[in-house]
Each structure stands twice: as structure tokens, then as C-alpha cells.
Design a protein around this ligand. Structure first.
Ligand code: NAG
Ligand code: NAG
Ligand code: NAG
Length: 182
């Protein structure tokens, strides 16, 4: 009887251990934290100096820095300093700046390579979140990597789902970013 109890005990230990391993495996894909933010990009077009938040800094031969190039913008790199807001309104109080670049690097479709940081400094959020990855612009929801952070976001990693909320004009668009990280 005693050894039977012993066996049962071992079996229960095994069960709890294996379920711990299993839950660890699935937990890997579940974010501990989510954050939804928007950022607004107004490309400099030669006339909107006061309003622009990003600038084209390289263009392929035959194109200038005031308009995105043909051939799927291949060869353009834009540097951005975009306001981040909690909703999709450009005029909402910004909670930080999105700073970095997007680089058009595909010759047969619209794809950009993104590398930027969200720099946040408010009472709710203090620190930076760093993103990189390929952005197939035409896909409605696309994921890029959250590779790390500073301050409150120390050691945070995960993914960010990017959605183009709206193109309001040739030069203004905003993106919704669903950040899922641990
Ligand atoms: C800046 O650009 C946005 C988007 O095109 C526009 O809604 C806004 O009125 C502009 N503001 C100024 C001061 O031009
Ligand atoms: C840049 O290129 C566009 C399109 O070719 C043209 O309309 C515009 O005048 C050019 N701007 C400058 C500053 O050269
Ligand atoms: C954050 O904001 C506070 C208050 O405005 C300022 O003192 C501080 O230098 C800012 N920190 C960073 C990293 O910008």
C-alpha cells in the first residue's frame, strides 16, 4: 500500500513537471504585455517644412529627395522623427517620438525595411522600444521584431503588428502598431 502511494506521488510529480514544461513551451508565443500606439509620418515634399516629420535622404539616380522614386521606391531611404499618439489623431498629445529609418529595398513590390525606436517619456511610459524587420507594405497586417528596449522596457522582446491605418494624402500616413512583448 505504501509503495503504491509512493508510485502515485511520483506519477503526480511527473505530471506536474511535464505540464510545467508544456506550459513553458506555449507561453513562448503568448505576450506578457500589449501596447497599442500610433505614429504619424509626413514626408517632406519641398513645401511642407514646418509640418514634415520625415525626409527622404537617398534616392536612386534620376530621382530627387522631394518625391518617392518609381520602381517601387527602390533605393529611397527616409529618416523619420514621427509623433507617437495613443489614438489615430495626428493632433492628440504625443507620448513620444518614432525615430529611425525606412528603406525601400525591393524592386518588384512595395516593401520597406524598418529600423526605428519608439522613444517614450511620459508618466505612463518611460524608456525606448527598438524595432527592426521587413515590412511588406501592401499586406494588411505585418509583423516586425521587437528586439529590445531601455528603461521600463529593459529586456523586452517580441513582435509588433503594423497596420497602415490610412493614407490621407500623398505625404501623410499613419500606422497602428500592436506591440506584443515580454
Ligand atoms: C500638416 O499636415 C497634415 C496632413 O496632411 C494636415 O492635416 C495639417 O493640416 C497640416 N498642418 C499644417 C499646419 O499645414
Ligand atoms: C523632383 O522630382 C519631381 C518629379 O520628377 C519634380 O516634379 C520636382 O520638381 C523635383 N524637385 C526638385 C527640387 O528638383
Ligand atoms: C523626460 O522628461 C523629463 C521631464 O520633462 C526630463 O527631465 C527628462 O530629461 C526626459 N528624459 C529623457 C530621456 O528625455
Amino acid at each position: 500500500m505504501k509503495s503504491k502511494n509512493h508510485l502515485l506521488f511520483l506519477f503526480l510529480v511527473f505530471l506536474s513537471l511535464s505540464s510545467a514544461f508544456l506550459s513553458k513551451k506555449t507561453k513562448h508565443h503568448k505576450p506578457c504585455k500589449t501596447l497599442v500606439l500610433y505614429f504619424h509620418d509626413i514626408i517632406y515634399n519641398g513645401k511642407n517644412t514646418a509640418n514634415a516629420t520625415s525626409a527622404i535622404v537617398t534616392a536612386p539616380p534620376g530621382y530627387n529627395l522631394t518625391i518617392l522614386a518609381g520602381n517601387f521606391h527602390l533605393g529611397n531611404i527616409a529618416v523619420l522623427d514621427d509623433p507617437i499618439t495613443l489614438d489615430n489623431n495626428l493632433h492628440s498629445k504625443p507620448v513620444g517620438q518614432a525615430q529611425g529609418l525606412h528603406m525601400y529595398d525591393t524592386k518588384n513590390t512595395f516593401t520597406a525595411w524598418l529600423g526605428f525606436s519608439f522613444v517614450l517619456n511620459t508618466t505612463e511610459y518611460k524608456g525606448s522600444i527598438n524595432f527592426i524587420g521587413a515590412d511588406p507594405i501592401l499586406v494588411e497586417e505585418r509583423d516586425i521584431s521587437v528586439v529590445g528596449g531601455t528603461g521600463e522596457f529593459f529586456m523586452h522582446r517580441g513582435i509588433a503588428t503594423i497596420m497602415t491605418d490610412t493614407f490621407e494624402s500623398e505625404v501623410y500616413f499613419w500606422l497602428r502598431v500592436d506591440i506584443k512583448f515580454c
